[in-house]
Design a binder for this molecule. Structure first.
Ligand SMILES: [Zn+2]
Length: 146
């Protein structure tokens, strides 16, 4: 990881590339859409769905968003993040369970390894709010490279 190789004395703000890249993708997605509109009203809020298993840190995302939108068409827009828990399905027990992220990716009942993820990998824009409420957009998929 790039972060780990930084010298300990380096006062770099703790934000990793993951969130920075994610935010770039987010802003580009919104910008493309925004510029294709005939009427451009101010964007007030962007509602984002972030699955816990994406390993995206909501705080880091908020910070990156604020920094990267300064002096852009999104300046002052609010990023609202909805956390989606990691839910897996165990085929032996035929039930859903919540793996412990970073600790145990297996069924708590029978210990089968996590295979079937039902939710927690989402990363998308749920909704964009405008100062003109007649314009509302739902469900953008964010395409990012890992
Ligand atoms: Zn099980």
């Amino acid at each position: 990881m790039a972060i780990a190789s930084l010298p300990a004395s380096n006062p770099t703000i703790r934000i990793n590339m993951h969130e920075t890249d994610m935010t770039k993708a987010l802003i580009l997605t919104v910008k493309d859409w925004y510029e294709s509109q005939s009427k451009q009203t101010k964007i007030e809020k962007i509602h984002l769905i972030v699955g816990q298993f994406t390993c995206v840190e909501p705080q880091g995302l908020q910070f990156a968003f604020e920094v990267q939108t300064r002096n852009t068409f999104l300046a002052g827009a609010e990023l609202v993040i909805k956390d989606i828990p990691l839910i897996a399905f165990c085929h032996s027990c035929e039930q859903e369970y919540q793996p412990q992220i970073g600790l145990q990716y297996a069924c708590a009942e029978c210990n089968s390894p996590m295979e079937d993820i039902r939710s927690g990998r989402e990363l998308k824009i749920e909704r964009i709010e405008y100062s003109d409420p007649s314009q509302t957009v739902n469900d953008f998929e964010l395409v990012t490279s890992k």
